[in-house]
Write a protein that binds this ligand. Sequence first.
Ligand SMILES: NC(=O)C1=CN([C@@H]2O[C@H](COP(=O)(O)OP(=O)(O)OC[C@H]3O[C@@H](n4cnc5c(N)ncnc54)[C@H](O)[C@@H]3O)[C@@H](O)[C@H]2O)C=CC1
Ligand SMILES: CC(C)=CCC[C@@H](C)[C@H]1CC[C@H]2C3=C(CC[C@]12C)[C@@]1(C)CCC(=O)C[C@@H]1CC3
Length: 339
Amino acid sequence: MAENQTCTVIGGCGFLGRHMVDQLLKRGYKVNVFDIRQTFQNDKVSFFTGDLCSQQDLFPAVSGVGVVFHCASPPAASNNRELFYRVNYIGTQNVIAMCKKAGVQKLVLTSSASVVYEGTDIQNGNEDLPYAKKPIDYYTQTKILQEKLVLDANDSEHGFLTAAIRPHGIFGPRDQQMLPVTVEMAKAGKMKFIIGDGKNLVDFTYVENVVHGHVLAAEHLQNGSVVCGKAYNITNDEPIYFWTFLSRLLQGLNYQAPTIHLPYYLIYYIALFVQIICFLLKLFIEIKPSFTPMRVALAGTHHFYSCERAKKDMAYKPVVSLDRAIEITLESFQHLKNK
Ligand SMILES: NC(=O)C1=CN([C@@H]2O[C@H](COP(=O)(O)OP(=O)(O)OC[C@H]3O[C@@H](n4cnc5c(N)ncnc54)[C@H](O)[C@@H]3O)[C@@H](O)[C@H]2O)C=CC1
Ligand SMILES: CC(C)=CCC[C@@H](C)[C@H]1CC[C@H]2C3=C(CC[C@]12C)[C@@]1(C)CCC(=O)C[C@@H]1CC3
């Protein structure tokens, strides 16, 4: 029987989701988008608007579809415990149930490499590392629960095949997090300092490489394939010093790169102290500090991952180099340039 080339991208109006849609259309898939909002128009795409936690909303969007890509999540920075739990955990249970009810054959989840990260160094970590016992935030906590649900749902006997992609630090055109937040901080004068010695290596992954990993996973999800029920790190395979990467983004847009070194632990404990004060003051005033302990950890530790498993099992290879990716990204963010 010929493969069903219709797919649904849940979260298809987001940063990664929209890049997924463009690439899937290029590869000849018929594409449905399911999202809580509609951010673009494309005559080749069927849009379904709704909440992925709702059976009635989701079912029509996955009916008659061969592959579902689940790329939806509340933003990592929202720090809303109930929302993360409802969307990432309960909502993913609904995604699995609706896929099974509709007879979808393959489900590919966008997880996160951070599911194994506890705020301390990870160097070339592979997928065999245990899930974080103390995840860095509620977002990561629910990404772990979500990934477990999807991988456990793999059921070759009944023809429902699943896999999870674990990207890290996605960037590229239309990103709303990495580059815009960095520029915002620079504008506010908060990008003068380097936390630690500046020699911590991190993965920053170009969005097209992340898309490529998802498409390969879907195409390799076949009965009997090693990919079924597995998680895969997808990176640029070119870890870079965290502060070198941010400096390249900043200088590329005419902002000054940070130069003054501050001791890591001092800043970490100050951020922790500030967070406690903000929590205590929450009843009276809402303050959102840019340097949370989580961001300090991400800025001052090694966190880069091995994508050897993806190379071996599904012939993954980054399609865009880090240098080229930075170039394309800077070109697309000229409107944020310092005048
Ligand atoms: N941006 C990054 O650096 C990384 C992202 N990820 C994961 O990649 C995926 C995509 O992330 P981004 O594109 O950066 O985020 P995004 O915020 O741009 O896109 C997420 C999309 O999900 C939709 N959504 C949220 N709640 C929904 C609901 N209840 N029902 C229907 N749609 C809903 C949003 O409207 C949005 O369009 C997420 O699962 C995220 O956890 C993983 C690792 C790194
Ligand atoms: C100094 C400083 C904190 C600069 C701003 C850059 C940050 C906005 C990014 C640096 C590492 C990024 C990152 C994520 C979001 C944006 C950063 C904090 C994630 C938390 C996004 C969701 C994930 O799954 C993990 C990512 C880790 C890296």
